[in-house]
Write a protein that binds this ligand. Structure first.
Ligand code: RTP
Ligand code: MG
Length: 142
């Protein structure tokens, strides 16, 4: 199985709940390595650009409001099958439909405030990693 990288965000609700470490721990326990990380507050322009694929959808304004409502952590996760593995750890978009034990089932309140983001394909992972990190900010790990 190929080693992949994926872009993960701990969203403002989960940062406010002080569960960044618990979420990082789940990545590590699943065999994913954090190879880049930072905390920042997204501007509206940054949030709109990041979620550009959803522009025009009815939920887009609420999504941008939410993503700019407080600080987030942004990280690159690396490991075998990292893109799908991270999506599995997160659970379904709507926490009411997320499997028990997933990040969204355990920490999210609603489909809007749903604790975490993960890239959904190799193409989106490549775009999203480059959106937040220069190559020099991503650390090689053994
Ligand atoms: P994300 O991109 O944040 O990891 O979430 P996702 O792939 O599971 O879901 P996506 O379809 O990409 O939607 C992005 C975010 O928009 C909000 N959303 N609301 N009300 C709705 O029908 C609806 N659909 C999507 C969610 O907050 C979702 O995380
Ligand atoms: Mg998505």
């Amino acid at each position: 199985m190929a080693v992949e990288r994926t872009l993960s965000i701990v969203k403002p609700d989960a940062v406010a709940k002080n569960v960044v470490g618990e979420i990082y721990s789940r990545f590590e326990k699943a065999g994913l390595r954090i190879v880049a990380a930072k905390m920042l507050r997204l501007s509206r322009t940054q949030a709109e650009g990041f979620y550009a694929e959803h522009k025009g959808r009815p939920f887009f304004p609420a999504l941008v409001d939410f993503m700019t409502s407080g600080p987030v952590t942004v990280q690159v996760l690396e490991g075998e099958n990292a893109i799908a593995k991270n999506r599995e750890l997160m659970g379904a978009t709507n926490p009411k439909e997320a499997e028990p034990g997933t990040i969204r089932a355990d920490f999210a309140e609603s489909i809007d405030a749903n604790a975490a983001h993960g890239s959904d394909s190799p193409a989106s992972a490549e775009r999203e990693i480059a959106y937040f990190f220069a190559t020099s900010e991503i650390c090689e790990r053994d």
